[in-house]
Design a protein around this ligand. Structure first.
Ligand code: SF4
Length: 64
């Protein structure tokens, strides 16, 4: 699994942070910060949920 985030697309909704706090964070501008580009299996489900719920499609996941 490889995760990528787009700060250009991010609108700072924070859903990813609340859904997968060990994978995503937000900076002072409330824009997404990727903590784990390749998260362990234990975080996979949370990361996929966050990607599917992001309102601006700012999270992409390869190799599910
Ligand atoms: S859920 Fe999407 S729009 Fe919201 S902070 Fe995360 S990446 Fe940005």
């Amino acid at each position: 699994m490889k995760i990528a985030t787009s700060r250009e697309r991010c609108i700072g909704a924070g859903i990813c942070l609340f859904t997968a706090p060990d994978v995503f964070d937000q900076d002072d501008e409330a824009l997404v910060v990727l903590i784990h580009e390749n998260p362990p299996d234990s975080l996979r489900g949370d990361a996929l949920t966050a990607a599917s719920h992001c309102p601006s499609q700012a999270i992409t996941v390869d190799g599910q």
